[in-house]
Ligand binder design. Structure first.
Ligand SMILES: Nc1ncnc2c1ncn2[C@@H]1O[C@H](COP(=O)(O)OP(=O)(O)OP(=O)(O)O)[C@@H](O)[C@H]1O
Ligand SMILES: O=C(O)c1ccc[n+]([C@@H]2O[C@H](COP(=O)([O-])O)[C@@H](O)[C@H]2O)c1
Length: 197
């Protein structure tokens, strides 16, 4: 007998580090868009980010795993670490759709990503392959009228970013409640952001 179709939300991100804003966005998307699971997908080589040094892939992956470990239907996938070069979402989704024929995929993103979505690699193909779920994020005006390919869900707008956490950690300031406890411990034990300015 065929398996029932599973609705899967992909929460893609650099996750350097994963923070509570990512988790809140994923949870609100899960509930409001009726997702069965959310897969957190750390990006290997972010296509649009021009940062000199990213934290090593295995640390970003491990932090994501620690962050979701107590959620019943949150998972982590390392699928993008299998490829070299820019981690284009189109290429990833082609692979996931082939690999998991019983899943229907949505891609979850904050307002900053909604804004540049039409510039994504193979965007015209991608919109026929996945549903896009968008959430508001401070600093980005969302033009919901002209983002017709995106389904919007609501979340309490929260001005938190990985940049803020890297900066606080580097300055020896508290990141408690901005990241899950286990992620905070991992960052401290491995002294991950001590050299970031
Ligand atoms: N506070 C937030 N509210 C809503 N969405 C968010 C928030 N922070 C991140 N996101 C979304 O999560 C996804 C992954 O984000 P990413 O890993 O780049 O984190 P970031 O905080 O934007 O990192 P950085 O500060 O290093 O640029 C993106 O779609 C982004 O829009
Ligand atoms: O495929 C693209 O062209 C593309 C361009 C920008 C971002 N993305 C994806 O969007 C997700 C969030 O990106 P970022 O830079 O905020 O970490 C992550 O999974 C990226 O790979 C994808």
């Amino acid at each position: 007998m065929r398996q029932p179709i599973k609705q899967v939300g992909i929460m893609g991100g650099t996750f350097d580090p994963i923070h509570c804003g990512h988790l809140l966005a994923a949870e609100q998307a899960r509930e409001q868009a009726d997702l069965d699971e959310v897969w957190f997908m750390p990006t290997h080589v972010p296509p649009h980010k021009k940062r000199e040094s990213l934290t090593l892939a295995h640390h970003r992956l491990q932090m994501a795993q620690l962050a979701v470990s107590d959620h019943e239907v949150f998972r982590v996938t390392d699928v993008e670490f299998e490829r070299e070069g820019p981690s284009y979402t189109y290429e990833t989704m082609v692979q996931l759709i082939r690999q998991f024929p019983d899943c229907r995929f949505s891609f979850i993103m904050g307002g900053d990503m909604v804004k540049i979505l039409p510039k994504w690699y193979q965007y015209q193909e991608l919109i026929h392959m996945v549903r896009f779920i968008g959430l508001a994020r401070p600093g980005t005006e969302l033009d919901r009228e002209s983002s017709e390919d995106v389904t919007f869900v609501e979340m309490p707008v929260w001005d938190i970013s990985s940049t803020m956490i890297r900066e606080k950690a580097a300055a020896g300031k508290s990141i408690r409640y901005l990241v899950p406890d286990a992620v905070e411990r991992y960052i401290k034990e491995n002294r991950i952001y001590e050299t970031f300015g």
